[in-house]
Design a protein around this ligand. Sequence first.
Ligand code: NAD
Length: 368
Amino acid sequence: MARTVYFVGAGAIARSHVDSVRHLPDSDELEIAAADPSPEARAGFDDHVADARLYENSEEMLSESTDPDDIVVIAAPPFVHRDEAIRGLESGRHVLCEKPLAMDVSEAEEMLAAARANDCVLGSCSCRHYRTPGTEKVKSLVRDGEIGEPYHVTWVTRGQRGRPGIEYQPESKWFLDSSRSGGGIVMDWGPYEFATLDDLFDPEVVDVRHAWTAQPDTDVDPEDVPFDVETHGGATLVYQSDNDSVTVTYERASGTHGGARNVTEIEGTEGALRWSWTEVGESTVTLARDENGEVVEEQFTVNPVDELGPHERPLVYFDRVVRDGDAPIRTGPDALGSFAVICSIYDAAEFGEAQHVDLSNIGETASP
Ligand SMILES: NC(=O)c1ccc[n+]([C@@H]2O[C@H](COP(=O)([O-])OP(=O)(O)OC[C@H]3O[C@@H](n4cnc5c(N)ncnc54)[C@H](O)[C@@H]3O)[C@@H](O)[C@H]2O)c1
């Protein structure tokens, strides 16, 4: 059997991933297969991709003979990520899993244990907006001491009516049901955000001092399907490494009656940095500093290293890692740390208690 990229789930994001196959170096020889219990999803995938092998379930699909560089992309809702990822790994294939990695940390550790036991790579799609040109520039300016000691981060992204399962992709009602999605908009976008914060500050410990979630009512809230996830959430976190400590004020909304807002800013003792962290193309970083008692701004324009869009990055970067290359994607235990922070935000909000995440332990105990 020729090297194959397998998709578990043939819905919206699988169709998006499959478009990135053309960027893989051996795209002409690669084969595509997909498994999905939904006939509509299989038909949609079939219309989108010529010559894909289609299956009703992954057991049958993954019983095909294996090529050492086969990749399985888990492109189904989070409640099946653990079982489907483990099935892919146990078939001897590398697994690229959609975000969020799993429903909770213990599931993610089981997945990592299966990767170790089968000597395969487990990667996370949290790299769509990871190490973007702007974020790389910010990292180098912080490292060069341009803003002195960083002490506070504002990470606020608020949309008024962009709820997955309602205004965004209304056909995918699983987004609204925590038993299938793992959570709401923090679970949905947090994997990108906390992977980037982790990379910026490389913390040993993250304390979630306080967190909250909310689901503001609207006149179009669905009543015929489970809808128990937050559409607005926030937290105060402290990132600690060596003697450094940075407080992060985090907020994310897909549904709020308050104003839309988008601020990503790091404040330090000598200056502040603002940028658009999701931008994978050319972008601008603003450095604000004091000059003679006035705030003076300097702008840096930065360019991408490659021409990949956010939805093309996960598969192309994972493929590079599978072939022993280097790429800005989190794999193995590195994929777990920021996911543990997200889970702790939910725990802090639910129990009303601060949570302590020791990142040095995450994933270390996951063994076959
Ligand atoms: N839609 C987006 O914009 C987007 C972006 C980034 C990441 N994601 C992530 O991708 C994943 C899938 O989201 P989506 O938007 O494609 O959802 P979707 O609802 O469009 O498609 C999911 C598909 O998975 C199938 N499925 C369910 N259980 C399965 C199983 N056990 N085996 C095989 N197929 C199964 C469903 O039948 C459905 O066709 C989620 O983790 C989501 O967070 C989605």
